[in-house]
Design a protein around this ligand. Structure first.
Ligand code: ADP
Length: 227
């Protein structure tokens, strides 16, 4: 049987419970992502995609339900353990790159490795290899402000991959780019994911991009449904 990298079971999330502005975003969402699988999470804005990704990536906790990453249950784990698993096993990409402006592209990819205990020399080598794989090794010493939107997002992909995660979570990763750049940048992301055999859950409302992934799930009324 192929290895399960992410398992969500019965995930519920309510914001402002009991208040007039209560929002029941997730009502029992179930999802299994296997090793090497790239899954599109398709839903309109406001449906709860970011909420689901944050819960899957251990940045938020559900009100009910369980999250397993790499076969390990995260139920009842300490914050310290959750942070360690997030650092080593999960990579995040957001719609806006969120790179640190005062550091170079290379340094932005090196920093999460140092936080994970990697030595500087090895972290530099890994960062350069990743930049090379997305075709922008020559931009290594540029700060984010001196990069184009597409280049910034490629650096953000490399940063997400820096610690060789098991799972990549991406929230509208090309939503901020023009269509042509979006296609190229998404192509670079997919190559990187495929080369490393990584599993990915990618939120998008771009159906063309969703069509290039292994399967599509819809977030609808707080539940996940296979398309
Ligand atoms: P999406 O990523 O699909 O656009 P979100 O997960 O960001 O959806 O939001 C889902 C719903 O939950 C929205 O109605 C949003 O306003 C609400 N929401 C998100 N975060 C919070 C929060 N921290 N407090 C209250 N409501 C929230």
């Amino acid at each position: 049987m192929s290895e399960t990298v992410l398992q969500l079971t019965g995930i519920e999330k309510v914001y402002n419970r009991g208040a007039p502005n209560e929002v029941h975003v997730l009502r029992g969402a179930d999802l299994t992502v296997k090793r090497g699988e790239v899954v599109a999470l398709v839903a309109p804005s406001g449906a709860g995609k970011s909420t689901l990704l944050h819960i899957a990536g251990l940045l938020d906790t559900p009100d009910a339900g369980t999250v397993d990453i790499g076969g390990q249950s995260m139920q009842g784990r300490s914050d310290r353990k959750r942070t360690a698993v997030r650092r080593s096993d999960v990579g995040f990409v957001y719609q806006f790159h969120h790179l640190l402006p005062e550091f170079t592209a290379l340094e932005n990819i090196v920093l999460p490795q140092l936080a994970n205990g990697v030595a500087r020399g090895a972290a530099d080598d890994r960062a350069l290899e990743l930049l090379d794989s997305v075709g922008i090794k020559d931009r290594a010493s540029h700060r984010p402000g001196a990069l184009s939107g597409g280049e910034q997002q490629r650096v953000a992909f490399c940063r997400a991959m820096a610690n060789t995660p098991k799972l990549l979570l991406a929230d509208e990763p090309t939503g901020n780019l023009d269509p042509e750049t979006s296609d190229r940048v998404f192509g670079a992301l997919m190559r990187l994911v495929r080369e490393t055999g990584l599993s990915a859950l990618v939120a998008t409302h771009n159906l063309e991009l969703a069509g290039q992934m292994d399967r599509r799930i819809r977030l609808d009324g707080g539940y996940l449904r296979q398309d």
